[in-house]
Design a protein around this ligand. Structure first.
Ligand code: 9G3
Length: 568
């Protein structure tokens, strides 16, 4: 492609509203442009990168017998009403009306559509398993779109759905998909980890996320420094049991603690440890209040609490609910003498607190020498807290380390979560009607472009991995008015294209400095510069990844490039 004929609007200045490097560089290098908050256009270079990401995804999907379809973004509301998600999803789901005032959803995902499609066609176990996928635009009216392509409102996803007659068949495809995802993210050159994840509102049993490691990532990964164990912090298990000290149990005492609201207040006022404090929080789980206990130095993980209570939603109760329930503020709550009908669930670590400190359920008072079971009852102990760096890993091997990550893939076993409400059934080999066992599998295609840009850049710009770069080679003629340079550049442009290299030929009447700066910004793997030595057939070659440069005689260019790109 001749650069003078293309559309690559590079920018020198850093766009003010772009907070992170990938967003700044994709704008400055002319890969994307924002149309509205969370909504982007992909310019020629951006579109080429998308196509290369999609090519790798298609190859790995075809390799596990997943077949491509393309479903509508406009989805009739009835389908979402059938699963109840028309009502459970709030403003995040774009809703539109057609000219006849009929309701539609703009596709945030396609479980409903694909299940309605398959149920009308696949009625026998003989036609199962079946795995269908699409690469298609999704719409989610995110509250705070940010970080460019990392969290948009209109974005490109590869979403796959599989249908099975048995759970075994589903598990087989789930493992195939997990391996295919590993192949995809490896071929994309991403530094990523596969982590145990939470199914969220999707339900289903097993689910894994694929995280591109990046400190600007919104997700926290808890991983072992010695074993393959890795989990989204939301799901990272904690099964460390604490030694119960054998100190003598002392009598409970009520202490005046005027305006003491926080654990830190109490620790310094009573000169005690946060580990001896019993933090008591009132949560609302599916509209029902529940008392939740954890140690003062731990934090409740509401995902774990939701799963432990089997609730759909959990949230901290409002101060008003607490005052109405206990006639004291949230800073004074304790587990002693709670209303009998109030369920009490405690994190495992509470069981080993001895002579602990807690709120007296009376403002400006706390209790000391409080002991579980003796002074208050616990209906259930469970793993409710966030793991902390340094904790022992669930597999007992090594200690927990944290890392930030960008979720670029997520796979789910759905079971019959959608086939039941959508009446997706088939006749099994005994002629009995069964609901499909299903799985769904997503990859954030447009998000990947930003994740790769986050992992492949330097102070001068982007540095695309070979198989994702919009072009293989940036061919630059320093002075297009110089006959020798223009002739050699034109000759090499034709030659390299004849060898099926993808070449971006900077034939613009621009100063050398501008061309070099744009070239570094755009970040193609190889830059071939034709300058003063054109008359003797010598060109300067620079490797973008290492920054190293050398000179090649024109006769050796194609062979050396083939070696660099591998016999592509
Ligand atoms: C919605 C809205 C946002 C959503 C969803 C539905 C996330 C929703 C989860 C999934 C699960 C998988 C298939 C591909 C892989 C991911 N955000 N999810 O279902 F209405 Cl507004 O999308 N779906």
């Amino acid at each position: 492609m001749k650069q003078s004929l293309s559309f690559i609007p590079t920018m020198r200045e850093v766009p003010s509203d772009a907070e992170i490097l990938s967003h700044q560089l994709l704008l400055r290098a002319g890969f994307i442009r924002q149309n509205a908050s969370g909504i982007y256009s992909y310019l020629p270079l951006g579109k080429k990168v998308l196509s290369k990401i999609e090519l790798i995804i298609r190859e790995e999907m075809e390799a596990i017998d997943a077949v491509e379809v393309f479903m509508p973004a406009l989805q009739q509301a009835e389908l979402w009403q059938k699963t109840g998600r028309w009502y459970s999803y709030g403003p995040e789901l774009f809703r539109v009306k057609d000219r006849h005032q009929r309701d539609f959803a703009l596709g945030a995902t396609h479980e409903e559509v694909i299940t309605s499609l398959v149920r009308d066609e696949v009625k026998s176990y003989k036609k199962l398993p079946l795995t269908l996928y699409q690469i298609q635009t999704k719409f989610r009216d995110e509250l705070r779109p940010r970080f460019g392509l990392l969290r948009g409102r209109e974005f490109i996803m590869k979403d796959a759905y599989s249908f099975h007659a048995t759970e075994e068949s589903l598990d087989e495809k789930y493992q195939d998909m997990k391996q295919a995802y590993t192949n995809i993210f490896t071929r994309l050159g991403l530094n990523f980890r596969t982590v145990i994840a939470d199914g969220g509102t999707i339900g289903g049993t097993d689910t894994h996320e694929f995280m591109a490691l990046s400190e600007i990532g919104e997700d926290t990964i808890a991983y072992s420094d010695t074993s393959p164990y890795a989990a989204n912090i939301e799901m990272a298990e904690m099964n460390t049991t604490f030694e119960k000290s054998d100190e003598v149990l002392l009598e409970v005492e009520k202490i005046s603690t005027p305006n003491m609201q926080t654990i830190d207040d109490i620790v310094s006022f009573l000169d005690t440890e946060a580990t001896k404090c019993i933090k008591t929080l009132i949560f609302k789980a599916d509209e029902k209040l529940v008392a939740v206990l954890c140690r003062g130095d731990h934090e409740i993980n509401d995902i774990k609490l939701k799963n432990a209570l089997g609730a759909d939603t959990v949230e901290l109760a409002y101060e008003g609910d607490v005052i109405e329930l206990l006639s004291c503020g949230v800073g004074s709550i304790g587990p002693v003498k709670l209303p009998l009908d109030l369920k009490v669930i405690a994190d495992h670590a509470i069981a080993s607190v001895v002579n602990g400190v807690c709120g007296a359920n009376e403002d400006d008072f706390h209790l000391i020498n409080v002991n579980p079971e003796r002074d208050f009852a616990v209906d259930r102990y469970a793993d409710l807290r966030f793991v902390q760096e340094g904790d022992t890993t669930p597999d007992g091997e090594g200690t927990i380390k944290f890392a930030q990550g960008i979720e670029v893939g997520h796979i789910f076993k759905l079971g019959t979560t959608y086939s039941e409400p959508m009446e997706g059934t088939f006749l099994d080999n005994n002629g009995r009607n069964q609901h499909y066992q299903m799985g769904c599998y997503g990859i954030g295609v447009s998000r990947i472009m930003a994740a790769v840009a986050e992992q492949y850049n330097d102070e001068n710009g982007l540095k695309w991995p070979k198989n994702l770069a919009p072009f293989n080679i940036h061919l630059i003629a320093l002075n297009m008015k110089d006959e020798a340079q223009k002739d050699l550049a034109d000759e090499l442009y034709k030659l390299l294209k004849s060898y099926r290299f993808e070449v971006l030929y900077d034939d613009r009447p621009e100063r050398a400095g501008v061309k070099f700066a744009d070239s570094d910004l755009i970040g193609l793997p190889i830059r071939i510069t034709i300058g003063k030595k054109a008359s003797v057939g010598i060109v300067e070659v620079k490797y973008r990844s290492s920054g190293e440069s050398t000179e090649w005689p024109k006769e050796e260019i194609t062979e050396k490039l083939q070696a660099f790109f591998g016999a592509e």
